[in-house]
Design a protein around this ligand. Sequence first.
Ligand code: ACO
Length: 331
Amino acid sequence: MTQTSPRSVIRGTGSAVPSTVVTNDDIAKIVDTSDEWITSRTGIRERRVLEKDQAASDLARRASERALEDAGLAVEELDAIIVGTCTADYQFPSLACVLEAKLGAKDVFSFDVNAACSGFLNALSVTDMFIRSGRIRNALVVGTDVLSRFLDWQDRSTCILFGDGAGAAVVSASDNGDRGILSARLQTDGSYAETLYIRAGGSKKPATLETVEKREHSIYMNGKEVFKVAVRSMEEISRRVLDEAGICVDDLSLVVPHQANRRIITALASRLGIPMEKVIVNVDRYGNTSAASIPVALDEVRRQGRIADGDIVLLNAFGAGFAWGAAVIRF
Ligand code: ACO
């Protein structure tokens, strides 16, 4: 008798964003910009910024508790916690270990994956491998980032783009072969490492008074280059996962893309031939929340009842590295 490997199903989701709202008009009081410029170039109207006494793991905890509740799963039943983040509480240990303790999880393994804005998709794809291999049955997959702490609030080309948030999904093994992650793929091109990065604070250039004075601990980005490669790469990888899953564009109920910029999302939808009614956009309310953007958007649409059993959903992301990925899921 042949035995098929289990599939990974998303059993519950949760999200958390800070309560402090920063509008484009608020930013226009700090740098030379305007609501009109930001809205027309990015689609962003406001973003959330984390309160000073909180860290990324606090947001992750709130999103995770909501996902566990939604899934009806006790924390003791988790086998693994895998977190996509590039703004962990500490250089080490991982945010996943901090989160594990905050949730009171026991007898699990936990680790972070750092793929910047693609962090959630990377974490989900790694989780899928553990589940398919039979090694684990229940995982908490989290995307959380607090990029407001790594922005130069004097650089109008970057400080307008990002916001803070966390999203989580409880992913479980299912032996019903129809549902779950049908295909997932990751890709990177490290030759673009310095197109979008934080110059100092790592082993190459540790923090000194000089790096602080030169404002090298915040995001540097060549926005035009990111835009171009993002659209092309997300289109290619989306087509690959759809082909592998034997799904055509018309079969998709929804697309939940990484929320970097409304123009990237509409360009991608147009190249894939997907009508915007099927494409989720919440970048207007949260800005780019990096690894949190997909799980926050996914949680919102699930809670709005926009995903029914049997619906097929495409996720795709792109970010620093460059690192990108896509997954196609039947709910
Ligand atoms: N307000 C007003 N003017 C601005 C602002 C601002 N906030 N930022 C830049 N400008 C000015 C520039 O100084 C420049 O002025 P100049 O012509 O006098 O030199 C002018 O606007 C045009 O600047 P560009 O950088 O060419 O503007 P562009 O149209 O490319 O838009 C943007 C910039 C929005 C960053 C765009 O390149 C973009 O969206 N790139 C994608 C980047 C992204 O989303 N990164 C997120 C991380 S990666 C990811 O998640 C996919």
